[in-house]
Write a protein that binds this ligand. Structure first.
Ligand code: NAD
Length: 436
C-alpha cells in the first residue's frame, strides 16, 4: 500500500486516482475547484465516464479514496505526488503550462519529506526539468530531496477505467532507477507492460503516440475524399488496408475529423515543440490542416442537399466529440453548429449525455431534444456528428416518416448504403457514393 496524492481531479486525475485506490493504495485526490470536490465528497461524479461512479463510491466507502481542496495538506500527507492538471491549448497553440507550474510550486512549498513527483499531464519535452527547478526553488526545507518521474497517461474517455486497469503499456521516464522502480511497482497490479526510459523520451512518447493516431485519422479522411471523387468506398478500402498487420484496422474510420481534449491540442503543441527545436514538421501541419478542413466537407454536403441552408431546419445528432463521453472540448459540433446558424438554418440537437456541457458552449438559439425522434421530427435534413448507440439503433422507417425531407448527412458512416437506399433516404456520407 502506497500513499498517493493526485493533483487535479479531472478526467485523468479522477480515473487514475480511483484505479490506484482500487488496487489497494491510499489515494487523496485534490483540486483547486472547490465545487468539484464538494460534489465528489457527496458521491456525485462531475464527468460522465461509464463505471466511475460505482468505483469511486466503493473506494470512498472502503476508506482508500479521499477528496480535498486543501492541496497543500494533500501533498504533505503522501509520498508519491501525481500531477494530473490540465495542459490546454494556449492562444499560440502551445501547451499552457501554468497549471503544471502552479502545482509544482505548491509541491515545493509543502515538501515535508522525501517524495516522488510524477507527472501524468501531457507536457512538452523538458517539463520534468522545469518541475524540478520550480519545486527546488520553492522548497521550505532545503535539505529535503525529491525525484521527478514522467508517467504519461494513455486512457481514452468513454473506456477510461478499463484502459487504466489494462493499459497496453505504462511508460515510466526517470533519471533515477529507484524512483522508476517504485512507480513500476505501483503498476504491478494492473494488466500492463512496463516500459522504462529517460524523462525526455517518456514526455515525447505521449506526443508522438497521439499525433501518430491523429495522422492515421487525417490520412484515412484524405483517402475518403479521394474515394468520393474516383468512385471507391472508403469502408472497404480501410478494411482492406487494415488486414495488413503492419497497418492494423484501428483509427481508420473516415469521418468529420478528430476532436476532443487531446488530439487537437497535442498536434498543435508538438508542431510548436518541433518549430522551437528548429524542425519544420510539415507532415504534422498537414494533418492539422486536413482535420480542420474535414469538418467543413459536411457543410458543403448539407448545403447542396437542401439547396441552401437559409430557413431550413437541421437536426443535429450527437454533440460530444465521440460517444460515451460528455466532453465537448474541440468537438466538431462546436464549429459546425455556429456555421449552420450563421447560414440561416435552425438547429434541433440531440445528444444523450453532453447537452449540459454543450449548452455552455453553443449559441443560445440551439434547441435541445431528449430523443433522436424529437430532434428529427419536421426537419429538412439530419446530420450525424457522433455515432452514439441511440443514433446507430434509430428506427429508420420511423425517422423517414417524421422528417419533412428524408435526407441524412452522415459524418460518421453509421449506416451501410444498401440499408439507407432500401429505407428510402437520400444519404450522403464520407468517402462513399451518395444514395438517392
Ligand atoms: P481536466 O481539465 O478534466 O482536469 C484538470 C483538473 O486540474 C481540473 O479539475 C482543474 O481544476 C485542476 N487543476 C488545475 N490546476 C490545479 C492546481 N494547481 N492544483 C490542483 N488542481 C488543479 O483535464 P484532463 O482531461 O483530466 O487532462 C489532464 C492532463 O492529462 C492533460 O495534460 C491532458 O492532456 C492529459 N490527458 C488527458 C486525457 C483525456 O482523455 N482527457 C488522456 C490522456 C492524457
Amino acid at each position: 500500500m502506497r500513499k498517493i496524492t493526485v493533483i487535479g481531479t479531472g478526467y485523468v486525475g479522477l480515473v487514475s486516482g480511483t484505479c490506484f485506490a482500487e488496487v489497494g493504495n491510499r489515494v487523496i485526490c485534490c483540486d483547486v475547484d472547490r465545487n468539484k470536490i464538494e460534489r465528489l465528497r457527496r458521491g456525485e461524479i462531475p464527468i460522465y465516464e461509464p463505471g466511475l461512479e460505482e468505483l469511486v463510491a466503493k473506494n470512498m466507502q472502503q476508506e482508500r479514496l479521499y477528496f480535498t481542496s486543501e492541496v497543500g495538506e494533500a501533498i504533505e500527507a503522501s509520498d508519491i505526488i501525481y500531477i494530473a492538471v490540465g495542459t490546454p491549448m494556449s492562444d499560440t497553440g502551445e501547451a499552457d503550462m501554468r497549471y503544471v507550474m502552479s502545482a509544482a510550486k505548491k509541491i515545493g512549498e509543502h515538501l515535508n519529506n522525501r517524495k516522488i513527483i510524477v507527472n501524468k499531464s501531457t507536457v512538452p519535452v523538458g517539463t520534468a526539468e522545469l518541475v524540478r527547478e520550480v519545486v527546488q526553488a520553492n522548497k521550505k526545507y532545503p535539505w529535503i530531496t525529491f525525484d521527478v518521474v514522467s508517467n504519461p497517461e494513455f486512457l481514452r474517455e468513454g473506456s477510461a477505467i478499463s484502459d487504466c486497469m489494462n493499459m497496453d503499456r505504462a511508460v515510466i521516464g526517470s533519471d533515477n532507477a529507484e524512483a522508476a522502480k517504485v512507480i513500476a511497482e505501483l503498476h504491478a497490479p494492473f494488466n500492463t507492460r512496463i516500459f522504462t526510459t529517460d524523462l525526455e523520451s517518456a514526455e515525447m512518447i505521449k506526443y508522438a503516440a497521439n499525433t501518430f493516431l491523429a495522422t492515421k485519422i487525417s490520412f484515412i479522411n484524405a483517402i475518403a475524399n479521394v474515394c468520393e471523387r474516383v468512385g471507391a468506398n472508403v469502408i472497404d478500402v480501410a478494411e482492406g488496408m487494415g488486414l495488413d498487420s503492419r497497418i492494423g484496422n484501428k483509427f481508420l474510420q473516415a469521418g468529420i475529423g478528430y476532436g476532443g481534449s487531446c488530439f487537437p491540442k497535442d498536434t498543435y503543441a508538438l508542431a510548436h515543440i518541433a518549430d522551437k527545436a528548429g524542425y519544420d514538421f510539415e507532415l504534422l501541419k498537414s494533418v492539422i490542416k486536413t482535420n480542420q478542413r474535414q469538418r467543413f466537407i459536411i457543410m458543403d454536403k448539407l448545403r447542396e442537399s437542401v439547396g441552401g441552408l437559409a430557413g431550413k431546419q437541421v437536426a443535429v445528432l450527437g454533440l460530444a466529440f465521440k460517444p460515451n463521453t460528455d466532453d465537448m472540448r474541440y468537438a466538431p459540433s462546436l464549429s459546425i453548429i455556429p456555421e449552420l446558424l450563421k447560414q440561416g438554418a435552425s438547429v434541433r440537437a440531440f445528444d444523450p449525455i453532453a447537452v449540459e456541457s454543450a449548452r455552455r458552449e453553443l449559441p443560445h438559439e440551439v434547441q435541445y431534444f431528449k430523443s433522436v425522434e424529437q430532434a428529427v421530427a419536421g426537419s429538412d435534413v439530419c446530420v450525424i456528428l457522433t455515432e452514439w448507440k441511440d443514433v446507430l439503433d434509430m428506427d429508420l422507417d420511423l425517422i423517414r416518416q417524421i422528417m419533412k425531407h428524408p435526407i441524412v448527412i452522415d459524418g460518421r458512416n453509421c449506416f451501410d448504403l444498401q440499408t439507407m437506399q432500401r429505407s428510402g433516404f437520400e444519404y450522403h456520407s464520407i468517402g462513399r457514393a451518395s444514395v438517392n
